[in-house]
Design a protein around this ligand. Structure first.
Ligand SMILES: CC(=O)N[C@H]1[C@@H](OP(=O)(O)O)O[C@H](CO)[C@@H](O)[C@@H]1O
Ligand SMILES: [Mg+2]
Length: 555
């Protein structure tokens, strides 16, 4: 780092002092805290983004959001050149940078890191960082601090893309690095064109089935509802009624996280909506769940991420089957695309059984999209979802190139196979392959329901969820819990796994695991059993075991 660069960094860093006593951690999905504490953090993440851009010679994304957290919080996370999450290998540096006590130690850290990673600032092409933020009122001030961070690396530019959903920013980063035009309008054009394409190929028999063309969406009073309002004016089929579109408090009694955890109707929904197809987005629109309101009740039938995954899996498997043609032994079976699904231990056991019965390979990873995404990328078509509604479908480049060729061949040979190829290609453009995206996911669900001729109730009957219960326990030190086998087995503290197992076998269809949360200071307990009472009882017994082995924490 030359003298000029050093003094620029020192000067700008001194404007953003670290709040006293604060401790930041990059966590499962970036830094999150009360917004009033975050100016120094976003400034430093701005520097980090510029360095990552120089090192990868690509555009990097920086999103200011705290997703489903309360409105007074905010946060920041980075998108790597592929549009996926920041590489895990840079997370420890992100932590040190965010916690550097003063401008001089910050400079020292940067200097050491730049040398270690061989980042040559002077000779490097200019960095470019795309910036996005959600609708939180604190976003604007934090964005300014971020820009200062980026431009304190000489030659780096910050391109403000405005208020966006998190997945829109990831999509733009991916597109831009592929040399594709990457505006918000391009995003809408691509999704809506492929949605229309899927509708064009709905089988005749099913298009006449009476699938309601009305959808009600809870926008969580966040950015997703606002964007959906823009898209819905361009739809032929489908009337979308967007509620909680920004006039109420963000994430308060609304949104995918609330709906999935509480299993009750969000604000602005009521008895008049009973039986209708409803969906809920989270605050930054990267999570999606569906639900229907039960008659005379504020309770709902939840259609969660596991069921969205199952719907996608059924459809994609069907299309691959058609594409492969009749089993006459004559067709060319030289290339068999692989289809795999990825879940975490939180996936309802009934969904995993269902997917296995479909003949699919089901992989389990630890919690956190970065793990699921990485695993899904191993298949030609990899579908991943967390139960809470965050997930997407990935297509390998190999498979897509093969499909393009196949499409040409089939256009003269078989109408059905040709259509299957066109549908698969349309899905690959409709779904956001950079990251889970509530908006693109919603349009894929809608297209598939229309294709199948299914109501939300028919979809929900694919399998019946096993009753489950999720609880949180405050303990003295949650980092004392160490797990393996995709978080299904505890190896520390010694003896607790045996105690959990002894409790679990008492319950028919019992399954239970514990793990330390990556986003909250708690240990999470998940239990499943054949009845709700049994699942509750198992979860409560295991909470007591956790307290016994790990000690009560401060609440
Ligand atoms: C049980 C659960 O829903 N855990 C969530 C939650 O992580 P925890 O590490 O469990 O706190 O937040 C993550 C980030 O949003 C999300 O990926 C994950 O699924
Ligand atoms: Mg989110």
């Amino acid at each position: 780092m030359n003298q000029e660069q050093q003094s620029l960094l020192l000067r700008s860093a001194s404007c953003f002092p670290l709040p006293p006593g604060a401790k930041f951690s990059y966590g499962t999905s970036g830094f999150r805290a009360n917004a009033s504490l975050l100016e120094s953090t976003v400034f430093r993440v701005g520097i980090l983004a510029a360095l990552r851009s120089i090192q990868t010679r690509s555009v990097i994304g920086l999103m200011i959001t705290a997703s489903h957290n309360e409105v007074s919080d905010n946060g920041v996370k980075l998108a790597d050149p592929s549009g996926g999450m920041l590489t895990q290998s840079w997370e420890p540096f992100a932590d040190s940078l965010a916690n550097a006590p003063d401008p001089h130690s910050l400079l020292q850290l940067l200097d050491d890191f730049v040398k270690k990673e061989n980042i040559i600032l002077e000779a490097s092409p200019a960095a470019e960082v795309l910036l996005g933020r959600d609708t939180r009122p604190s976003g604007e001030t934090l964005l300014e601090a971020t820009k200062q961070g980026i431009t304190s690396i000489m030659g780096a530019t910050a391109s403000d893309m405005g208020i966006l959903t998190t997945p829109q920013l990831h999509w733009m980063v991916r597109a831009k690095n592929k040399g594709i035009e990457a505006t918000e309008v391009n995003y809408y054009d691509q999704i809506l064109a492929s949605f229309r394409c899927l509708l064009d190929y709905v089988p005749q028999g099913n298009s006449s089935k009476n699938v309601s063309d009305k959808l009600i969406v809870d926008g969580a009073d966040g950015v997703g509802g606002e964007k959906l309002e823009k898209m819905k004016t361009r739809l032929g089929y489908l009337t979308i009624d967007v509620r909680n579109c920004g006039d109420g408090v963000l994430n308060e009694g609304v949104g995918a996280d609330f709906v999935q955890k509480e299993k009750v109707v969000p604000r602005s929904f009521g008895p008049a909506d009973a039986g209708m197809r409803c969906a809920s987005l989270d605050g930054d629109a990267d999570r999606l769940v569906y639900f229907s309101v039960l008659l005379n009740s504020n309770k709902i039938d939840l259609v969660d991420g596991d069921k969205i995954l199952s719907l996608f899996a059924v459809f994609l498997k069907e299309q691959l089957g058609i594409l492969n043609g009749p089993e006459d032994g004559k067709s060319n079976k030289s290339y068999q695309p692989s289809l795999g699904v990825v879940q975490t231990a939180y996936a309802n056991g009934a969904s995993t059984d269902y997917l296995k019965q479909l003949g699919l390979e089901v992989a389990l990873t630890p919690t956190g999209v970065k793990y699921l995404h990485e695993k899904a990328a191993e298949y030609d078509i990899g579908i991943y979802f967390e139960a809470n509604g965050h997930g997407t479908v990935l297509f390998s480049d190999n498979f897509l190139s093969w499909l393009e060729i196949k499409k040409q061949e089939l256009s003269l040979k078989s109408k059905d196979q040709h259509k299957a190829a066109l549908r698969l290609l349309a899905v690959s453009r409709l779904i956001n392959q950079a990251v889970g995206d509530a908006l693109s996911g919603l349009f894929l669900v809608e297209a598939i329901l229309k294709h199948m001729g299914w109501s939300i109730h028919k979809w929900n009957e694919l399998y019946q969820d096993l009753p489950s219960r999720q609880l949180k326990v405050k303990v003295v030190d949650r980092t004392a819990v160490i797990t393996e086998n995709a978080e299904t087995k505890v190896v520390n503290p010694a003896g607790i796994q045996e105690a959990i197992d002894a409790e679990t076998v008492i319950y028919p269809k019992g399954r239970c695991f514990i793990r330390p949360s990556g986003t909250e200071d708690v240990v999470r307990v998940y239990a499943e059993a054949s009845t709700q009472e049994a699942a509750d009882s198992l979860a409560n017994s295991v909470v007591r075991l956790v307290e016994q082995y790990l000690g009560f924490g401060r609440s």
